[in-house]
Write a protein that binds this ligand. Structure first.
Ligand code: ASP
Ligand code: MG
Length: 402
């Protein structure tokens, strides 16, 4: 017997038929003798629909009221699921965030969990009930409802697994695991049987939308084994854990692309100390995150600084740099959104020479020009033209995996 936390995403509970399919999966786990605690997301597009409704009324609604509204989606899911499980004849109880002591800070719409007081859940599990918990929501110290940010139900599930010291946390979704690449783009992409937390974190932040970033961070800090699997097929999924046994001799686990980025170039900046600090200090003060950074080697008087950032931050960044043209003293500002970042991730590249060269060779053979390069211990990213992104991903994937 084990204590298992399961989480089902919105598409897995989108309609009555799917709710019953999931209800059976839950009751099968329960019948096998396990204690089962289940976290649910809002059905299908419910959260997007609620956002659209809010926009009709007031596009500038406060984040507190947005949380009040958006948290309803998950509450509907747990109530409906409880009804389905009742119908199948099993003991069940549904609980909201505040009922399970999911205490967060007051940062509405992006709240962080501070504490989970799971006495109520334990009581219910001791009564041999299946416990259903509304994902994505919490409560702050004033008793107000908060939400954890889009995709936050994964984080609720991991937080519950940590608090309950669960034996396993299963994240059920509509894909059957983590792939070496987006299978819609590269049909030969392979499902990974295992991946490390660090690799998963890199892939998640590079846009692989299988798991909420913070859920992986949390799982990593508490060493909670995660399994990502499909609620439709029930096939074995991908296990996310600290160390994995690499059976195959590939040094990388995945290839990802991010097209929602932009490149900003400041040319003709004075070649003197403090310039990078002035540019990036200004951006940081205005909460604009930058990603890749390149500074040219100074040629006598001047140098260039090029960096990338999220496409959504372009208007704010451009405005800021234009307003400060005088004080920053650059000659020219050039912004392009026709760029894409393609990355390879793999803990195995650490200490293996030639991984970068292999990636660059694949791009060379596909006649794709690299505009910027950045590396970390387990990641190599290149910036290329947007219209070549898919071709680059395919070329790199086949170079490493075929
Ligand atoms: N329902 C929320 C969302 O759509 C949270 C979640 O699904 O994890 O973002
Ligand atoms: Mg999700």
């Amino acid at each position: 017997m084990a204590l298992i936390v399961q989480k089902y995403g919105g598409s897995s509970v989108a309609d009555a038929e799917r709710i019953f399919r999931v209800a059976r999966r839950i009751t099968d786990t329960y019948q096998a003798g396990n204690d089962v605690c289940v976290v649910l997301s809002a059905q299908g597009d419910t959260t997007d629909d609620l956002i659209a409704k809010a926009e009709e009324i007031n596009p500038n609604a406060s984040r507190r009221e947005m949380d009040m509204l958006l948290s309803c989606g998950e509450q509907i899911s747990i109530a409906l699921m409880a009804m389905a499980i009742e119908k199948l004849g099993f003991p069940v109880v549904s609980l909201c965030g505040w009922q399970v002591g999911m205490t967060t800070d007051s940062n509405h719409s992006a709240a962080r969990i501070k504490r989970v007081d799971c006495d109520r859940v334990r009581e219910e599990l001791d009564k041999k009930r299946i416990v259903l918990i509304a994902g994505f929501q919490g409560v702050n110290r004033h008793g107000d409802v908060t939400t954890l940010g889009r995709g936050g139900s994964d984080t609720t599930a991991v937080a519950m697994a940590v608090a309950l010291q669960a034996d396993l946390c299963q994240i059920y979704t509509d894909v059957d695991g983590v792939y070496t690449c987006d299978p819609r783009l590269v049909p030969e992409a392979r499902k990974l049987s295992e991946i490390t937390y660090s690799e998963m974190l890199e892939l998640a932040s590079l846009g692989a939308q299988v798991l909420h970033n913070r859920s992986v961070e949390l799982a990593k800090s508490y060493n909670v084994p995660l399994e990502v699997l499909s609620s439709f097929t029930g096939n074995p999924g991908t296990i996310v854990k600290e160390v994995v046994n690499k059976v195959e001799k590939t040094y990388i686990t995945g290839v990802a692309q991010d097209k929602k980025i932009a490149r900003v170039a400041l040319t003709g900046i004075a070649d003197e100390p403090g310039m990078a600090y002035r540019v990036f200090g200004l951006l940081a003060k205005n909460k604009i995150n930058v990603d890749m950074i390149l500074q040219s080697y100074g040629r006598g008087e001047s140098k260039d600084i090029v960096f990338t950032l999220a496409e959504k931050d372009v208007p704010a960044c451009t405005k800021l740099l234009e307003e400060n043209k005088q004080s920053l003293g650059y000659e020219n500002l050039d912004v392009s959104t026709d760029v894409s970042k393609v990355s390879i991730v793999g803990a195995g590249m650490l200490g293996n020479a030639g991984v970068a060269a292999k990636m660059f060779e694949a791009l060379y053979q596909a006649h794709i020009n690299i505009r910027m390069i950045s590396t970390s211990e387990i990641k190599i990213s290149v910036l290329i033209d947007k219209d070549e992104s898919e071709r680059a991903v395919k070329a790199i994937h086949s170079r490493f995996f075929q």
